[in-house]
Design a protein around this ligand. Structure first.
Ligand code: FA5
Length: 345
């Protein structure tokens, strides 16, 4: 067998062998077997010396061609394997946003916070500014400056959490937002048109309409010639703006040490629209809060001349508003934070 016979077969075998290589490593060892020192090709090259000079030249050219074809086969296969590897990498690394599985649902504000924001919006729209005060208060701001001296029987209206700080029963968790009235009057001269929302604390036994941690929004107007009619008009304007045109307000005589005269204000029951139901004890009305003309003793406590200035104040429950607006039968649910319920309101 001369070196010329079988050279084509050598290239065909090499093509099959190279095509079967699935990795760079397999290709490298195939290339060594096909082109290396111990390859058939190298053996054929070595035997060229046994041929006649003319045959040797022709056979040499043939072997050279065969080697170069096999080298091309290997180089092409190498490129093909690199292309496939890149494609595999692109596939594995791709980020298809449509495939991202939804995580936990987006958060939302608690219904009490939303109610507070909505109430602030209504009052800002009526020309009030929003003020805030501390939740930890002194006895002076929460009671005394509001015309409730120590041992005054009206203190029983607010069952108080005291803190173990300073002299006994001097530092407390505010029981209402009314102390912010005092802070606002101390901080700025009249005229004052402010609302003061915030958290309050009372040792109240929880029930369907009471929780120990709740929220109020306080309102305070101090100006010249302010009358009870301004108070009633403000309450009615707020009621229809917040609850809608079919819901109205009414005032009933009440007692608060810091307002004189004082009233409780009630709004049409939103559950029965005023026709009477179990929630409103068949009256058609629901109590939202208290209000009245600022007592001259309170104006004097902050150094204002009660002959020049007059004002009105009101304070009502934000949680109670949320309860009415969303027809929540039991207020305690607002503290339980059961997402299955909160997501519905
Ligand atoms: C007061 O707290 C007075 N400071 C209101 C006031 C302000 C009167 C300014 C005059 C001038 P009262 O204790 O009635 O008043 O509470 C007012 C409202 O707060 C109640 O009508 C109710 O809506 C809400 N509230 C009171 N206690 C709770 C409670 N434990 N849980 C939920 N809401 C409450």
């Amino acid at each position: 067998m001369t070196p010329l016979t079988g050279v084509d077969g050598l290239v065909d075998d090499a093509a099959e062998r190279v095509a079967a290589c699935m990795s760079d490593e397999a290709l490298r060892s195939a290339a060594a077997e096909l082109l290396g020192k111990r390859s058939l090709l190298a053996g054929a090259h070595r035997s060229l010396g046994t041929l006649e000079p003319d045959d040797r030249r022709a056979a040499g050219r043939q072997l050279h061609e065969a080697r170069s074809r096999i080298e091309h086969l290997v180089a092409d296969r190498h490129q093909e394997l690199a292309r496939r590897a890149r494609q595999r990498m692109l596939h594995d690394d791709r980020l298809d946003l449509t495939e991202v599985r939804p995580g936990p649902s987006r958060g939302r504000l608690h219904v009490v916070q939303r109610t507070r924001d909505e109430l602030e919006d209504v009052f800002v729209g009526m020309g009030f500014v929003v003020e805030e005060g501390p939740e930890v208060e002194t006895d002076w701001y929460n009671f005394e400056a509001l015309n409730i001296p120590p041992a005054h029987p009206a203190r029983g209206m607010w069952d108080t959490f005291y803190l173990d700080l300073g002299d006994p029963e001097t530092i407390l968790l505010r029981t209402h937002t009314s102390p912010v009235q005092i802070r606002v009057m101390e901080a700025q001269p009249p005229p004052i048109y402010a609302v003061m929302p915030g958290r309050c604390y009372r040792r109240d036994t929880p029930d369907a309409r009471h929780i120990p941690i709740f929220h109020q929004i306080e309102g305070l107007v101090v100006d010249r010639h302010v009358t009870f009619a301004h108070l009633a008009g403000t309450i009615e304007t707020f009621t229809t703006a917040y609850f809608g045109p079919n819901i109205h307000s009414r005032l009933r005589p009440a007692y608060f040490p810091f307002t004189e005269p004082s009233a409780e204000f009630e709004v049409t029951c939103t559950i029965c629209q005023g026709s009477g139901c179990r929630t409103c004890s068949q009256t058609g009305w629901i109590e939202l809060g208290g209000c009245g003309m600022v007592d001259p003793a309170v104006l004097r406590a902050v150094g204002l001349d009660a002959d020049t200035w007059s004002g009105f104040a009101f304070g009502f429950g934000i949680d109670r508003c949320a309860q009415m607006r969303h027809q929540i039968p039991d207020m305690r649910i607002l503290l339980e934070n059961d997402l299955r319920y909160l997501r519905q309101i």
